[in-house]
Design a protein. Structure first.
Length: 195
């Protein structure tokens, strides 16, 4: 209850609050997910098969990053090899650093940038390439918590509500519509829905 109170009070101006969400028993890092939703290559919790369907017709190196099906809270990089799609599990070391092979990175963005100029594959040369166009940004999100701010510009919603996402361009404050109202809210309160 204290955490809920602090979150509500500190989000009145839609600023970032770093809260140890593992103490709230969430299976993924909502702060990391909110940051990634701004990346064109991040597609959220789609299945391995859906990733293959999206990437199979694309050029070698086209990729996406998705939430791991087998390990909630972790990620996989799915890459078109031209004739098939290869999936790489992104691992984390004890310090929270990300890696696929030997190189470690403090963020998924750094990992992706590295493999754009260094081959992600060991058996052949494959550089990550962002597909032409967008891999579809989320249009909706599930509310993870109640957001009941009294500020007129904030969007109030209840846990479980589905929010239409109108603007996710700011990592700290999103704009959406729910129950006929439009307003801003902290992205840490929602989980984007990817189709």
């Amino acid at each position: 209850i204290l955490i809920d109170y602090l979150i509500k009070e500190l989000f009145l101006k839609c600023t970032v609050l770093v809260v140890p969400f593992q103490s709230i028993n969430i299976q993924y890092d909502v702060e990391l997910t909110a940051e990634l939703v701004l990346c064109r290559w991040f597609v959220g919790g789609i299945s391995r098969q859906a990733a293959e369907n999206r990437l199979r017709p694309l050029e070698c190196g086209a990729f996406l990053v998705r939430e791991s099906e087998s390990t909630p809270g972790e990620f996989s990089v799915s890459v078109s090899y031209g004739d098939h799609v290869q999936h790489f599990k992104v691992l984390k070391d004890g310090l929270g650093q990300f890696f696929i092979w030997d190189e470690v990175f403090s963020s998924l963005n750094q990992l992706v940038d590295f493999y754009k100029i260094n081959s992600i594959a060991k058996e052949r040369t494959v550089f990550l390439k962002e597909p032409e166009g967008s891999l579809a940004r989320p249009r909706h999100a599930h509310a993870l918590f109640d957001f009941t701010s009294n500020h007129a510009t904030h969007l109030r919603f209840l846990r479980g509500d589905v929010i239409d996402l109108l603007d996710c361009s700011d990592a700290q404050c999103w704009r959406g519509r729910c129950r006929g109202r439009v307003g801003v809210f902290p992205p840490e309160y929602v989980q984007p829905i990817y189709h």
